[in-house]
Ligand binder design. Structure first.
Ligand SMILES: Nc1ncnc2c1ncn2[C@@H]1O[C@H](COP(=O)(O)OP(=O)(O)OP(=O)(O)O)[C@@H](O)[C@H]1O
Ligand SMILES: [Mg+2]
Length: 452
């Protein structure tokens, strides 16, 4: 087990055939450097990544498609060369080490099992190779000396063609057997060891792929969307199984997903990546309660946070838009001081809005869509303010989560009341979060026991 330190890491790829500057601009890639000429430029995929994953930590890496998640994992695994910066595994600088020597196991987005090998042999495959590579069979069983090994090889050779149960197993193979059985027990696939991959369900195959990585007992696990091929139920089951396993093994893990539910439920901490840059690294609830910028606020939470442009008036301590006027607490008024008379972006999550009375302090909206989920309903609404300024900054529709028993009709006008303690504000230029002077929404911390 070890800490992984990623220090100022950059990665660029050479331009692809026929992909010059104009092609990049056309494809909307914001990462291509401008060179003023027609010479194709390198594609900068990761920019200045600094991230420390603590020993034994479960770090989840999330971000939209193409933001560089897999590339970062491949750099750590040694499957891509680093353009700039350093990667440390414990005390060791591993930039130049070939993948085999990194002691890192990776489970890929599209895991592939060997179709002609049984589950047992699929798990044993990497292990046998690893024992061979290490040339360290004697450390598995120190009593085996050189001559004993020769004798063993002879016995293995003589019994090779006998039925499986009668074959002589070398000490190396016995060690492999023990490890495979332990891993199979851990993943509850003991009954499947003799089967071929085609005789397994998707979830079982997924567990075998995990087993292969676990059997190697590496210092670090890298998992690249390992559950993407599973259905929702299996996904949830395997998700909790992976978390349980990681706690049991205590192996430092970096887990990539673009599914924010997975991120929130699995990670000790979550690192959010966008366009090759880290946006925020924090425990799940911290990200939810105190997002560092508008991107994080929108990415974490489902349905996403609503954004409404408002004007701040310091003298009255209010925010307004059209007829909507809301008085802010002293903390918020202090924090927004420099935006007096200017636009700020107000953020509020669907779960922090309730249907209130018709009043200017509440947001007038029109019901557009109702999705009844049983306990709750998700209601998509359209802001009913006529001459709404700064429309470009606003969410297309304001989402509300309300209890299902509240009857609503399509097209109905309602007034939404905003929970004062759950407001967020963002700078309209930088999109960085503005935090109140006295932090609110701090997570509850259990008091430490008194030592007498
Ligand atoms: N070998 C390569 N050569 C050139 N560009 C590449 C190469 N590999 C990846 N890229 C580009 O780097 C960017 C990041 O790719 P990456 O696979 O890391 O994204 P990702 O975050 O894992 O996305 P997804 O969620 O879709 O798997 C993409 O724009 C991709 O096209
Ligand atoms: Mg990927």
């Amino acid at each position: 087990m070890a800490q992984v330190v990623i220090e100022n890491v950059y990665k660029s790829f050479p331009p692809r055939q026929g992909e010059g500057k104009s092609a990049q601009v056309k494809s909307g890639s914001p990462l291509g450097k401008q060179n003023g000429g027609n010479r194709p430029e390198a594609i900068n995929v990761l920019r200045r990544i600094n991230l420390t994953v603590e020993d034994g930590e479960f770090m989840v890496l999330v971000g939209p498609s193409g933001c560089g998640k897999s590339t970062l994992l491949r750099l750590i695994a040694g499957l891509e060369t680093i353009t700039g910066g350093n990667i440390w595994l414990g005390e060791k600088l591993i930039n130049q080490l070939p993948p085999k020597q990194r002691d890192i196991a990776m489970v890929f987005q599209n895991y592939a099992l060997y179709p002609h090998l049984t589950v047992y042999d699929n798990i044993a495959f990497g292990l046998r190779r690893r024992f061979l590579e290490m040339q360290d069979v004697n450390s598995v069983n120190p009593s085996v000396n050189h001559f004993a090994k020769m004798g063993e090889d002879l016995l293995v050779g003589i019994t090779r063609n006998l039925p499986k149960g009668l074959r002589y197993l070398s000490s190396k193979e016995l060690a492999v057997q023990e490890r495979v059985r332990n891993v199979a027990q851990l993943l509850q696939i003991e009954g499947l060891l003799h089967r071929l991959p085609k005789q397994l369900s998707g979830g079982q195959r997924q567990r075998v792929a995990l087993g292969r990585a676990i059997a190697r007992n590496p210092q670090v696990f890298l998992m690249d969307e390992p559950l993407s091929n599973l259905d929702a139920k299996l996904r949830a089951e395997t998700r909790s199984q992976i978390v349980k396993l990681q706690r049991q093994l205590g192996t430092t893990t970096i887990y990539v997903t673009h599914d924010q539910t997975e991120a929130m439920t699995m990670g000790d901490r979550i690192a959010i990546l966008n366009q090759g840059q880290l946006q925020q690294v924090a425990p799940p609830l911290e990200l939810y309660n105190r997002p560092a910028n508008k991107f994080v606020a929108e990415f974490i939470g489902s349905p996403p946070m609503n954004f409404i442009p408002v004007k701040f008036h310091a003298s009255q301590q209010i925010i307004t838009n059209g007829d909507f006027r809301m008085t802010l607490s002293q903390n918020w008024a202090n924090a927004l001081q420099k935006y007096d008379g200017c636009l700020v972006i107000l953020g509020i999550r669907p779960e922090h809005l309730v249907v209130g009375v018709p009043a200017t302090k509440n947001l007038p909206v029109q019901v557009e869509l109702i999705e009844n989920l049983g306990n709750d309903s998700y209601v998509a609404t359209k802001i009913a303010i006529a001459n709404f300024e700064f429309r470009g900054f606003m969410s297309e529709s304001i989402q509300v989560r309300i209890p299902s028993e509240r009857p609503l009709r399509l097209g109905e006008q309602i007034w939404l009341s905003l929970n004062q303690d759950k407001l967020h504000f963002f700078d309209p230029d930088t999109e960085a979060a503005i935090f109140p002077r006295t932090p609110i929404n701090l997570p509850f911390e259990k008091p430490k026991p008194q030592v007498n």
